[in-house]
Design a protein around this ligand. Structure first.
Ligand code: PLP
Length: 441
């Protein structure tokens, strides 16, 4: 309570703006991530590892907009090039622009599973398109998702999505039929996944398994090192497609994504976030040529087509921003450097947890750092091997991590829901050490 009061006192302008917003914006909150505070912080300036709010408070920004800005926020070189492009041709044409090709070439070169790329409006839309494509290609209907995974908010993918520790469904308004062909299986439970594949064989078949390769919800529920390879084998055995949702891991886990990290090639890859360097609209389906060719339509084609669309998709602004950002990510080795910042932060957090005897666990997969009070974690030196079960007194406290998020903010740290941290190229040792002092406070 004390810390929430402190948060409120520091953020009076944000609070006033949030009250004003309530009249015209449901709940006064538009962005999902802004829900994680007593009221959303009104941001006035972002640069690199820092952001400033309307009250002049300065924060270390570990939210990084939910992950897309691996170079750090508002990266000057990319911004300047995007400006120049806007001067030349504006944000959208509805036809072809050279940066569509340049971006697609770059991604196809970098990612083992991507022979061809189709830009989409968002990660959510890319997932919808990929599932449609999987069904069109295989002629089968069911899709198995790995429990706890977030694949955007389309009807068929919010299946089973419950609010942590409440048993309450996250979404209403979804007809039962919309999720009738979606199934959920727990991460690492290969036997259960096999049973579903067998069951489905007699009932319309399995078009695809969709998984976040670092584990559901960006590694909140980590997977064993060979889980993805096992999924690949199962998909091959049952003639289903393997879809990697690399919206978070794409380029953040390295230019080749999690597929290069694990050495497992999916049939289809979903990209978003880093794909356009933090600029709108971040989403794409990538995949094997033969499957991707099912998107081809228009003059001269008679083949059946899996339809996808979007007025603003593949606009020059998004494609150029993505191309400039990915080139820079490659040139600066941003994924590895942000990963080292993540390692330094996680090591420091572990020391704080140990020193203060907190019921927390900190772990990271490169630049994705988790700070959890509950659950089963898989860790090793590279964080994916040793099984740690955390005794969990904090579990009863439903909103503990959100409250901690507000507490961190009151101490100048912006996180994702108090439990996830995205590091970036802008996180120097000095930034991380400053952050650790604030975490300890
Ligand atoms: N897939 C994953 C793994 C995500 O983390 C997200 C968004 O956070 C999505 C899909 C949805 O992407 P978008 O928010 O661009 O619709």
């Amino acid at each position: 309570e004390q810390v929430l009061n402190y948060f409120e006192q520091r953020c009076q302008t944000s609070k006033r703006m949030a009250e004003q917003a309530k009249h015209v914006i449901p709940g006064g909150v538009q962005h999902n991530l802004a829900f994680n505070y007593p009221f959303p912080l009104a941001v006035t300036q972002v640069s690199g590892a820092h952001m400033t709010d309307a009250d002049g408070n300065r924060y270390i920004d570990f939210l990084q907009a939910g992950g897309p800005t691996l170079l750090g926020s508002n990266y000057p070189d990319v911004r300047a090039k995007v400006h120049a492009l806007l001067e030349e041709c504006g944000p959208v044409t509805g036809l072809l622009h050279e940066y569509e090709i340049k971006l697609a070439e770059l991604v196809c070169d970098a990612m083992p599973g991507v022979d061809m790329l189709r830009m989409m409006g968002s990660g959510t839309e890319a997932v919808m398109g990929a599932i449609r494509l999987a069904r069109a290609y295989t002629g089968k209907k069911r899709v198995i998702k790995i429990g706890g995974g977030y694949h955007g908010w389309s009807d068929q993918m919010v299946y089973g999505m419950r609010l942590p520790n409440t048993g309450r469904m996250e979404a209403i308004g979804i007809p039962r039929g919309a999720t009738a062909t979606t199934q959920e299986s727990l991460p690492n439970d290969l036997a259960a996944i096999r049973r579903k594949l067998q069951w489905n064989r007699l009932r319309g078949g399995t078009a695809a398994i969709i998984v976040e390769p670092f584990g559901p919800e960006s590694g909140t529920r980590p997977v064993t090192k060979d889980f993805n390879a096992q999924l690949r084998r199962l998909c091959d055995e049952f003639d289903a497609l393997l879809i990697f949702d690399e919206v978070v891991t794409g380029f953040r886990a390295g230019m080749g994504g999690a597929q290069a990290y694990f050495g497992v090639t999916p049939d289809l890859t979903i990209l978003g976030k880093c794909l356009t360097g933090g600029y709108p609209m971040a989403g794409a389906i990538g995949g094997k040529r033969e499957i991707m060719m099912m998107l081809v339509g228009g003059i001269g084609t008679t083949a059946k087509r899996a339809f996808v669309g979007g007025t603003l998709t593949a606009n020059p602004l998004s494609c150029a921003a993505g191309y400039f950002a990915l080139q820079e990510i490659q040139r600066t080795d941003a994924a590895a450097k942000a990963g080292r910042a993540g390692d330094r932060l996680r090591q420091g957090l572990e020391q704080i947890i140990e020193r203060l005897g907190l019921p927390y666990v900190a772990y990271n997969m490169g630049s994705i750092v988790h700070l959890q009070t509950s659950g089963v974690m898989l860790l090793d030196t590279s964080n994916l091997l040793k099984l740690v079960r955390l005794k969990n007194e904090a579990r009863q406290r439903k909103h503990m991590m959100e409250e901690m998020g507000a507490a961190y903010a009151a101490h100048g740290l912006i996180t994702l829901a108090g439990s996830r941290i995205y590091t970036s190229l802008a996180d120097t040792d000095a930034v991380i050490d400053d952050a650790l002092n604030r975490f300890e406070d």
